[in-house]
Design a protein around this ligand. Structure first.
Ligand code: MSP
Length: 657
């Protein structure tokens, strides 16, 4: 029978040289779900990637003296490296700079334009570059971006618009009829009440003021808005719009888009509207998880509070970090990242409960039976309850995993681990071993504990990529004993189980000593990151001072320069530097103040031809309006020299171009 498919995605990440533990959280959770579904026998497609276009990237790349593609090529290497460190088992990594993606986005844009879902108009509004989001005046909070609180820019551009408003009622209806579509439920209420019901405005979906994006094929100069480009990745990665769309046919619609809460709006409104317009089925679920926060605030490179996942993995291993992230915080809610809580979890849940269970079980089988259990076993009065708890655990874990309740699923597994530890205390092998007639009970108790460990080792697989194999090596568990279904049968381990002591799974940590070390390591990595940022900012400043920002010929043409004849040039009372000049420009006479008295004595300029910035906004100086500016060259010592025409009688009012 063909396997059932399961398509799960993370958001595609903005290229950043410092993806932090918050970013990792989202990907680790998605990976855990993908691993779980593979274990359950699904044909899984797990997609992740990078969202590489947009003004923000263009600006960063330019500031580092690179093309945007050179910059993203460099960053993507680091992102893939981090996913390797965290054992992220993605099936496909898409980059929005990939050729096939660009072509498919162009196709989507054209199709929507041809069918009238995209039209051309002009946009005036506020734009937050870090969030790559447009806002209307009333959406701003204290004049700042409502999502990140940073400054916004006023934009006026010719733009293509997507008829988002047309889909508003259909999306509300869809959400109401499909309560599973947007999870957790609170996110759905938020979207309906805060965005959909107040009314959607059509969305500006092209930009002209910068170049780094997917070009609109039929209108050069326009590039596709990054969110249209980015959201499309979920279908372009499957080959939609290419010669081979077999993956699209097989995997679409997505089963779950896992996203952070701040981008739920894009995924649950814009994306469904795009799909409705394209006449494609909607994803089955969007899960908006919460944020990992530090002392209540969001982690951010600019605040300098980011926690580097590499530092944590180096110190405690990938399994401990993945376990902590998914156990400590209920998926869907915000949670504080806290060093003490991390060490506490490692010590109590991992070293004590699980690690100790495995090591003492293996130790006892070695000590009491020379490493191999005898086949003759006698039941104990405590067996039934242990078996019952194990049997009840599996459906509970399955149910929690279906809802992405990772923390609850882990709590169920740990409940079984603790029950198994309690079973050891109940059966008291250290007493049974003293009585030859109790050998059968002793063997039985240790067999049951080992069997329970086997079940646990299978259940933790989605969360911990390395620990199960370490347990299997110690209990000589072979692959045929590790299927998910095998957890539902008690007694899969061979009767004459043999064991072999291995490395300690999770060494105990000295909290006090380690806390200081961990804080120092995190601070050191934050300091390096801040120092790098400062260095980059200084390099940028230096670079800019060498090469002032370029302007276009259109910008230059905005400045009107004209030849003027100086009629009067007098000192200004109360000013050391200013001269009050009366300049004849063609038929008109203008007063222009100029700070050149150190170089030109009053009257010295009379009769000279000067160059005047003619359309400068007038401004008040010394109580009188000044209409323009006389252009001067300035040497390094502050000495000035007016610019003039070669022909000293050249007609005043002549244009300079
Ligand atoms: N590029 C967009 C997504 C486009 S998807 C079509 C984007 N990228 S991102 O790099 O800023 O964020 C990627 C994911 O990381 C988001 O889901 C975001 O919520 C998540 N996180 C970033 N910081 C986080 C925390 N501190 N905590 C939890 N998740 C966080 O958004």
């Amino acid at each position: 029978m063909a396997k059932e498919k399961f398509y799960i995605t993370t958001p595609i990440y903005y290229p950043s040289d410092k993806l932090h533990i918050g970013h990792s959280y989202c990907t680790v959770a998605t990976d855990t779900m993908a691993r779980y579904k593979r274990l359950r026998g699904y044909d899984v497609m797990f997609l992740t990637g990078t969202d590489e276009h947009g003004q923000k990237i263009e600006r960063i790349a330019t500031s580092q003296g690179m093309t945007p593609k050179e910059y993203t090529d460099k960053i993507v290497v680091g992102i893939k490296e981090l996913w390797k460190t965290l054992h992220i088992s993605y099936d496909k990594f898409i980059r929005t700079t990939d050729d096939y993606h660009i072509k498919a986005v162009q196709k989507i844009f054209k199709q929507l334009y041809d069918q009238g879902d995209i039209y051309k108009s002009s946009y005036e509004g506020w734009y937050c570059t870090p969030c790559e989001s447009f806002f209307t005046e009333h959406q701003l909070v204290d004049g700042k971006c409502p999502d990140c609180g940073r400054d916004v820019e006023l934009l006026k551009e010719e733009s293509y618009f997507f008829r988002l408003s047309k889909y508003q009622d259909r999306i509300i209806k869809y959400m109401e009829e499909n309560p599973e579509f947007l999870q957790p439920n609170t996110r759905q209420n938020e979207m309906i009440n805060n965005f959909l019901k107040p009314g959607l405005e059509d969305l500006a979906v092209s930009r002209t003021s910068f170049k780094w994006g997917v070009p609109v094929e039929f209108d050069p100069g326009h590039i596709v808005y990054v969110w249209i480009d980015a959201l499309s990745n979920y279908i372009t990665a499957l080959g939609w719009g290419s010669d081979d769309d077999s993956l699209y046919q097989k995997f679409w619609p997505a089963d779950i888009h896992v996203v952070g809460k701040e981008i739920v709006r894009f995924h649950s409104i814009i994306w469904p509207a795009m799909l409705m317009a394209l006449d494609m089925p909607l994803p089955k679920q969007i899960f908006g998880h919460g944020w990992l926060v530090i002392n209540g605030g969001k982690m951010s490179k600019s605040v300098g509070n980011v926690v580097d996942p590499n530092v944590l993995v180096d110190k405690y291993g990938v399994d401990a970090i993945r376990y902590f992230l998914l156990r400590e915080i209920a998926f869907g809610q915000d949670g504080n990242f806290n060093n003490e809580a991390l060490i506490q979890r490692i010590n109590s849940d991992l070293a004590n409960d699980l690690g100790n269970l495995v090591s003492r079980t293996v130790g006892m089988i070695e000590k009491y039976f020379g490493g191999t259990l005898p086949a003759d076993r006698t039941e104990t009065p405590f067996d039934a309850d242990l078996k019952a708890v194990a049997a009840a655990t599996i459906p509970k874990v399955e149910e929690k995993m279906e809802h992405l309740f990772f923390s609850d699923a882990l709590a169920e597994i740990w409940n079984l681990i603790r029950r198994t530890n309690k079973y050891i205390d109940e059966t008291q092998p250290w007493i049974l071993c003293k009585d030859e007639s109790k050998k059968g009970e002793l063997a039985n108790a240790l067999y049951n504990v080992a069997e329970s460990i086997r079940i646990v080792s299978i259940l933790i697989q989605p969360f911990m990529p390395l620990t199960p194999a370490k347990i299997w090596a110690q209990l000589h568990i072979t692959e045929d004993m590790t299927s998910w279904e095998s957890t539902k049968t008690w007694g899969i381990l061979p009767a004459e189980l043999s064991v072999e002591k291995g490395e300690t799974l999770f060494p105990r940590i000295d909290m006090k000593k380690e806390l200081a070390e961990l804080e120092a390591a995190i601070k050191a990595s934050q300091a390096t990151s801040i120092a790098n940022q400062q260095k980059k900012a200084e390099e940028k400043k230096e670079e800019e001072s060498k090469y002032p920002a370029e302007i276009t010929i259109d910008d230059f043409c905005k400045v009107q320069l004209k030849v003027g004849e100086v009629l009067e040039s007098t000192a200004v009372e109360g000013s050391k530097k200013l001269l009050r000049n009366v300049i004849k420009i063609g038929d008109e006479e203008r007063v222009i103040f100029s700070g050149i008295k150190d170089t030109y004595a009053p009257g010295a300029l009379v009769g000279k031809r000067v160059v005047v910035a003619y359309n400068l906004k007038p401004r008040k100086m010394m109580g009188e309006m000044s209409y323009g500016m006389i252009l001067c060259a300035e040497d390094g010592d502050g000495k000035l020299s007016i610019l003039t025409t070669d022909d000293k009688d050249f007609a005043s009012g002549s244009e300079i171009s």
